[in-house]
Design a protein around this ligand. Structure first.
Ligand SMILES: NC(=O)c1ccc[n+]([C@@H]2O[C@H](COP(=O)([O-])OP(=O)(O)OC[C@H]3O[C@@H](n4cnc5c(N)ncnc54)[C@H](O)[C@@H]3O)[C@@H](O)[C@H]2O)c1
Length: 384
C-alpha cells in the first residue's frame, strides 16, 4: 500500500529571497472584510508597499488602514476604483469589492495596465466573465482569481490522485456542500442583497466546490446545465440565522444542478448556506478504475473534512486505500497573494487563470438562468 501513497507525496517547496529594494506598488480596491486578509498577507511580503486604498464609503478606507496597522500618511485614498486607477503609479491591485462590482473594477484596472488579483467568485454573470477575460487578453497583464484553497496540500492531493490515473477515466462527479444555518452577514449585508452580491450561496461557496473538482479533472468545458436555486431560509424569519435581514434577502441560499461536461463527464452539484440537514453529502469522483470519496467540510474552509478514500480493485479484490489528511501550517492566503505577485513581476501563467474560472462562472450563470427558465440550457461560451 505504501507505494500507492508514495505517488501522492508533496514535493518540497523552496523559499525565495525577495528583494527589499524595489517595491511592488499595490492598491486595495474595497476595504471591507476580505481586504484585511489581503493586507495581512501583503505585509508579509518585504518587496510590497501598499500605496493606495479606495472605498465607496467615505472614511472607510482611512479607518481600515489605521485598524490594519498601515500608516495613513504613506497611503493615498480614493472614493472609488476609478480615481485610484486614473491616478496611475500602481503595479498591482487587489479587487476586494462585493461581487456586483468585481467586473467593472477589474476591467478598469486591466485597461489601465495594472495586474489584478480578483476575489472570488470571479463575478456574477457569464457576460461579465467574458468581458473580464477579453480585457485581460488585450492588456497583456496578469489576472489571478482569489481561490486560496488551490494552495491547500489536501486540495492539491485531490488533483494528484486524479492525474495519477488511479481512478482511470472519470465519468461522474458529485460535489458541493453546505451548512445547516450559515447565511453570511459578517460586517453588513453585502453578501445577501441583490444589488451588492448578485448571487448567493451558488457563487459564494459554490464556486469553491466547483473549482475543487473541475481543477482536479483539468477544467473541461461545460456544455449544458439544468439548474435550480431557492431562497426559503434567507427570506424566513423563522428559519434564517439572520432573521433581522429576512426582508432584504435578495439572493439564493440553496442551489442544485446537473451539468454535462465535455468528455462525457456528468457533474451533480448542490450547495447550501442553510438547509434542514448538516451536509448534502461528500464529494465523490467516479472513474472507470476507482472512486474517490472526499469528506465534506462545514463548508467552506478551503480544505477537506477528513481522510479521503480511494475505492478500487487490487488483484481482483475490492479494497479501500485511505489517503490521510495532510496536516500543514501552509498559509494558503499568503500563497495566493505571493504567487500572484510573482506572476505579475516575473511573467508566466497566473496562479489561478481566468481561462479556467470562466468555465466555473459559466456553470454558476447557467444554474441561475436555467433555474429562472425552468428548463435545461445549453451553455454558449464564446472564444476569448
Ligand atoms: N477568499 C475568501 O476567503 C473570501 C472571504 C470572504 C469574502 N470574499 C469575497 O470578497 C469580496 C468582498 O467581500 P467582503 O466580505 O470583504 O465584502 P464587504 O462588503 O465587507 O467589502 C466590500 C467593500 O467594497 C467596497 N466597494 C464596492 N465597490 C467599490 C468600488 N467600485 N470602488 C471602491 N470600493 C468599492 C464597498 O464599499 C465595501 O466596503 C466578495 O466578492 C466575497 O465573495 C472572499
Amino acid at each position: 500500500m505504501a507505494n500507492i501513497l508514495d505517488k501522492f507525496k508533496e514535493e518540497l517547496s523552496v523559499a525565495k529571497d525577495y528583494s527589499k529594494d524595489k517595491k511592488i506598488r499595490v492598491g486595495i480596491i474595497g476595504t471591507g472584510w476580505i481586504a484585511e486578509a489581503h493586507v495581512a498577507s501583503y505585509k508579509k511580503c518585504p518587496d510590497v508597499e501598499i500605496v493606495a486604498c479606495a472605498d465607496l464609503v467615505p472614511g472607510k478606507a482611512e479607518k481600515f488602514c489605521v485598524d490594519n496597522g498601515l500608516d495613513p500618511a504613506k497611503i493615498r485614498f480614493y472614493p472609488s476604483h476609478k480615481e485610484m486607477l486614473d491616478a496611475g503609479d500602481l503595479d498591482c491591485v487587489s479587487v476586494c469589492t462585493y461581487n456586483m462590482t468585481h467586473a467593472e473594477c477589474t476591467i478598469y484596472a486591466l485597461n489601465k495596465g495594472v495586474n489584478v488579483l480578483l476575489e472570488k467568485p470571479m463575478c456574477v454573470t457569464l457576460d461579465e466573465a467574458v468581458a473580464i477575460c477579453r480585457a485581460e487578453k488585450a492588456s497583456g497583464k496578469i489576472l489571478s482569481i482569489g481561490f486560496q484553497p488551490r494552495f491547500d496540500p489536501n486540495m492539491k492531493m485531490v488533483k494528484k490522485i486524479v492525474e495519477s490515473g488511479e481512478l482511470g477515466e472519470i465519468y461522474y462527479i458529485q460535489t458541493g456542500g453546505g451548512r445547516r444555518r450559515g447565511i453570511p452577514a459578517p460586517f453588513g449585508t453585502s453578501f445577501i442583497e441583490k444589488e451588492t452580491a448578485g448571487i448567493g450561496a451558488l457563487g459564494d461557496i459554490g464556486c469553491y466546490s466547483l473549482d475543487m473538482v473541475l481543477n482536479a479533472i483539468g477544467y473541461p468545458k461545460p456544455l449544458t446545465v439544468t439548474g435550480y436555486k431557492s431562497d426559503f431560509f434567507g427570506k424566513s424569519k423563522k428559519h434564517s440565522n439572520i432573521p433581522q435581514y429576512a426582508d432584504i434577502f435578495g439572493v439564493d441560499d440553496f442551489a442544485a444542478a446537473f451539468v454535462r461536461l465535455e468528455g462525457g463527464i456528468i457533474l451533480d452539484f448542490r450547495i447550501a448556506w442553510a438547509m434542514h440537514l448538516d451536509t448534502p453529502g461528500d464529494t465523490i469522483i467516479l472513474g472507470k478504475e476507482g472512486g474517490l470519496r472526499i469528506p465534506s467540510t462545514e463548508c467552506w474552509n478551503g480544505s477537506i473534512g477528513g481522510p479521503m478514500t480511494i475505492y478500487h480493485d487490487v488483484a481482483g479484490k475490492q479494497v479501500e486505500t485511505i489517503i490521510p489528511e495532510i496536516k500543514s501550517d501552509t498559509d494558503n492566503f499568503y500563497l495566493k497573494i505571493r504567487s500572484f505577485l510573482d506572476a505579475s513581476m516575473n511573467g508566466g501563467e497566473p496562479p489561478v487563470p481566468s481561462s479556467q474560472i470562466l468555465y466555473n462562472q459559466a456553470i454558476i450563470d447557467g444554474i441561475a438562468r436555467s433555474s429562472e427558465l425552468g428548463r435545461e440550457i445549453t451553455l454558449d461560451i464564446p472564444e476569448i
